[in-house]
Design a protein around this ligand. Structure first.
Ligand code: FES
Length: 89
């Protein structure tokens, strides 16, 4: 069992998985998207932007998609995807 399984669809948050901060979003269809929660610019922890459904960095304003793609800099490198084995069916 995991701490994510009881999440509602549409819920997002930063959790520790395998000792790493991980940004997790459970979409409206129940699919879980997980990426590293460490901004690739200078290492701040990103946070969920519920209005835009993006991961935003509070330090210098980088924004990432739920799949970790850079939407706005200064970050240039995408977030690393995280596989959550126990959620695979
Ligand atoms: S550390 Fe995230 S934008 Fe700079």
């Amino acid at each position: 069992m995991s701490e994510i399984e009881p999440w509602k669809n549409g819920q997002a948050g930063v959790v520790i998985i395998d000792h790493k901060k991980t940004a997790v979003y459970k979409d409206e269809a129940g699919q879980v998207h997980a990426v590293s929660a460490i901004c690739t610019h200078m290492g701040c922890t990103i946070g969920w932007n519920a209005d835009e459904r993006t991961w935003d960095c509070p330090c210098h304003g980088s924004r990432y998609s739920i799949e970790g793609k850079v939407l706005r800099g200064p970050a240039k490198k995408d977030l690393e995807r995280v596989e959550i084995d126990y959620l695979k069916k």
